[in-house]
Design a protein around this ligand. Sequence first.
Ligand SMILES: O=C(O)C(=O)C[C@H](O)[C@H](O)COP(=O)(O)O
Length: 208
Amino acid sequence: MTATARDALTVEYIAGLAPVIPVVVIDDLDDAVPLARALVRGGLPAIEVTLRTQPALAAIERIAAEVEGAVVGAGTITTTGQIADALAAGARFLVSPGATPTLLDGLQDSGVPFLPGTATPSDLVALIERGITHAKLFPAEVVGGVKALKAFSGPFPQLRFCPTGGINAANAPDYLALPNVACVGGSWMVSRDLERVENAAREALGLK
Ligand SMILES: O=C(O)C(=O)C[C@H](O)[C@H](O)COP(=O)(O)O
């Protein structure tokens, strides 16, 4: 299935595009399109651009406009104002490091798929109260990682996770083997060497 720019996407679709969502920090706007192309060539089309840097929104706009096959999202969403900015730039999905009721309201109103950041059982209950089915676990390796996700599968069988934070090619398979993990997020395959990016992306595809 190929998504065109006007399709309404689901979170299942975003999380199912590849085993890994690359997390990209753009310092130089000119890096955005070549980097996204290398990731798409390597087989990782869902790309999260973090809103941590000044060129991030422009990078999302360029990737959305110029990189065929990419499904670009915005990460590091911590305010509802950023949601509007990200959507205006062309973000197709949203990722946050944490979630408050205000932020969850904004994410639910956005009309695009989102992965709200969670770390605790109470965070997860707050999602269930709203009918949200997918969560980011962040920072995954710090807040219990694979053990936490195994423990969450008991009381929260309806939730699927995209753990992010401290994940790499070595530990990703342990996460991806869990039934409640839809995909993982991480920056490990991203560097300025585009050939390496493409190869690392291709390797990431084989992790599941
Ligand atoms: O800024 C955000 O909202 C984030 O999503 C943080 C990212 O999850 C991590 O920076 C990625 O983690 P690493 O793979 O350990 O680099």
